[in-house]
Design a binder for this molecule. Structure first.
Ligand SMILES: *[C@@H]1O[C@H](CO)[C@@H](O)[C@H](O)[C@H]1NC(C)=O
Ligand SMILES: *[C@@H]1O[C@H](CO)[C@@H](O)[C@H](O)[C@H]1NC(C)=O
Ligand SMILES: *[C@@H]1O[C@H](CO)[C@@H](O)[C@H](O)[C@H]1NC(C)=O
Ligand SMILES: *[C@@H]1O[C@H](CO)[C@@H](O)[C@H](O)[C@H]1NC(C)=O
Ligand SMILES: *[C@@H]1O[C@H](CO)[C@@H](O)[C@H](O)[C@H]1NC(C)=O
Ligand SMILES: *[C@@H]1O[C@H](CO)[C@@H](O)[C@H](O)[C@H]1NC(C)=O
Ligand SMILES: *[C@@H]1O[C@H](CO)[C@@H](O)[C@H](O)[C@H]1NC(C)=O
Ligand SMILES: *[C@@H]1O[C@H](CO)[C@@H](O)[C@H](O)[C@H]1NC(C)=O
Length: 406
């Protein structure tokens, strides 16, 4: 998300918000590092406390009584333990209304950040960004699910909260991230491709579009005189995308907007119109090449009618409709990619085929299906118990890993 935020400022309204987050984020990280160091120092100077925290396996307290439930017993209580980039409501909301507004199939959940409701909480959500290790629950009930919530890639998340024995081993019951193997898949914030015809998309919840394909107005390409645009402000990344672009521009022109290039866009609206009107291709390279890490960089091209040229650590066919994008990994070299781009540039009939998917899919930016899914699972009393024995291994040390620089 960090990258999303910066490269994004020419785009959508949430991006303005996101830019704010980003600023907050930096401060937050600095603050956290500082407080963590202070915390560590205090722990060091107080050996009793070290023992207390490090040996603290939270006891399960099963003295829970049904009478303790004070909110409607038909609602499951979901507690936000901490905040997400400063947002106490995780940018979703409080109480039951957000689930109703999102038209969730199951909406019988109640969101709160009131820790006095901990005992009656069915689900407790922890944002890994900003998790305070000295501020965790001191007991838990075995029926409760502790949720690991994260939207950044492991290459850009702070691993500290996951390296502590208490949170690392057997602490989390469910994961809620953009990764496809999460218990609750939550990638709506990046925008989602939604089937409208009778097609499906493999990475999403099973969902078949209703009815026949739609009549869409074909993309008007007559005004698109420029080739490729790249909006970027994070100039040095673990994915080394900047090196790839450096090579690519030897063969084709790429207009680079933002801090890392020498073009600027006047404002959000203008940037958005410009891509739609002027450009045939939109460069959507991810900042890190991690399992399932695909962000709005794919969706912006879709949304603004420029064919996305993508580069990430994922199989894009899982996330995007057929024949809707160009993956650099399908080409042996930047030169070969450039040759193909030039071919498309010269051959309208080949180029326009990259919009055929719009008959069967649409792109939506404000879906809340991850939260709906959470509420659905919270209400399913038949689900088995589940524990992540080693969350660090799952998140940071997973077998595929991020392709970090050697
Ligand atoms: C919550 O449960 C704990 C453990 O059973 C108990 O000590 C505490 O008093 C309860 N708190 C409330 C507010 O019910
Ligand atoms: C972490 O929690 C401790 C104990 O509640 C608190 O004193 C400290 O201020 C918290 N740190 C941050 C960064 O919120
Ligand atoms: C943390 O867990 C590991 C693996 O279970 C164990 O070897 C180590 O002693 C633990 N460290 C502390 C400080 O408890
Ligand atoms: C979609 O529906 C049409 C007509 O109902 C059918 O001919 C076509 O095979 C279907 N396509 C898929 C992918 O199911
Ligand atoms: C397509 O765009 C051009 C200018 O960019 C405009 O002149 C033309 O009328 C548009 N065609 C349609 C069908 O909208
Ligand atoms: C800046 O733009 C000019 C022309 O618009 C171009 O010749 C030059 O190479 C660009 N410099 C960089 C660093 O992109
Ligand atoms: C792309 O195609 C247009 C129209 O055929 C042409 O004018 C332009 O020079 C081409 N761009 C490049 C970089 O070859
Ligand atoms: C959640 O994890 C805890 C700690 O590992 C475990 O004791 C508990 O049974 C789990 N709860 C559920 C509902 O899976």
């Amino acid at each position: 998300m960090s990258e999303r935020v910066s490269s994004y400022s020419c785009w959508l309204p949430p991006q303005i918000l996101a830019t704010l987050w980003r600023r907050k984020h930096k401060l937050l990280i600095l603050l956290l590092c500082y407080l963590f160091l202070i915390g560590v120092r205090q722990l060091e100077s107080n050996p009793d406390r070290v023992i207390e925290i490090e040996n603290n396996v939270i006891p399960n307290t099963d003295s829970y009584k049904q009478e303790e439930v004070s909110t409607s017993p038909t609602l499951k209580t979901i507690l936000y333990w901490n905040s997400f980039f400063g947002f106490k409501d995780f940018m979703f909301g409080f109480q039951q209304q957000p689930f109703i507004d999102a038209k969730c199939p199951v909406s019988t959940c109640y969101l709160t950040d009131d820790r006095t409701l901990f005992n009656q909480s069915d689900v407790v959500i922890f944002s890994i960004q900003g998790l305070n290790l000295t501020d965790l629950p001191s007991y838990r009930f075995s029926r409760q699910r502790f949720v690991f919530y994260e939207m950044e890639s492991p290459a850009t998340t702070d691993p500290l909260p996951l390296l502590h024995n208490l949170t690392r081993y057997g602490f989390f019951n469910w994961t809620m991230t953009y990764r496809l193997d999460s218990d609750i898949l939550n990638r709506d914030a990046y925008g989602v491709v939604v089937p409208v015809g009778n097609s499906t998309l493999s990475s999403e919840y099973p969902r078949r579009g209703a009815g026949p394909s739609r009549n869409y107005s074909p993309v008007n390409i007559s005004g698109k005189k420029k080739l490729a645009a790249w909006f970027v402000s994070n100039c040095v990344t673990s994915s080394h995308r900047e090196n790839y672009v450096k090579e690519l521009v030897k063969y084709i022109p790429v207009d680079i907007y933002g801090k890392c290039g020498n073009l600027t866009c006047a404002d959000q609206t203008r940037g958005r119109e410009m891509v739609r009107d002027d450009y045939k291709f939109y460069i959507g390279f991810e900042n890190s090449l991690c399992t399932d890490y695909v962000t709005e960089k794919l969706m912006v091209g879709f949304f603004y009618d420029a064919v996305p040229i993508v580069r990430g650590g994922v199989d894009y066919t899982l996330f995007a409709p057929p024949h809707s994008f160009i993956d650099v990994n399908d080409f042996a070299s930047p030169k070969q990619l450039a040759d193909y781009i030039l071919l498309l540039n010269e051959t309208d009939s080949l180029y326009v085929r990259y919009f055929d998917w719009k008959r069967d899919f649409t792109v939506e930016l404000y879906q809340k299906r991850g939260w709906c899914r959470l509420c659905e699972l919270a209400n399913d009393d038949t689900l088995p118990s589940r524990v992540y024995e080693d969350i660090y291994q799952w998140w940071v040390d997973d077998p595929v890993k991020c392709n970090l620089p050697q």
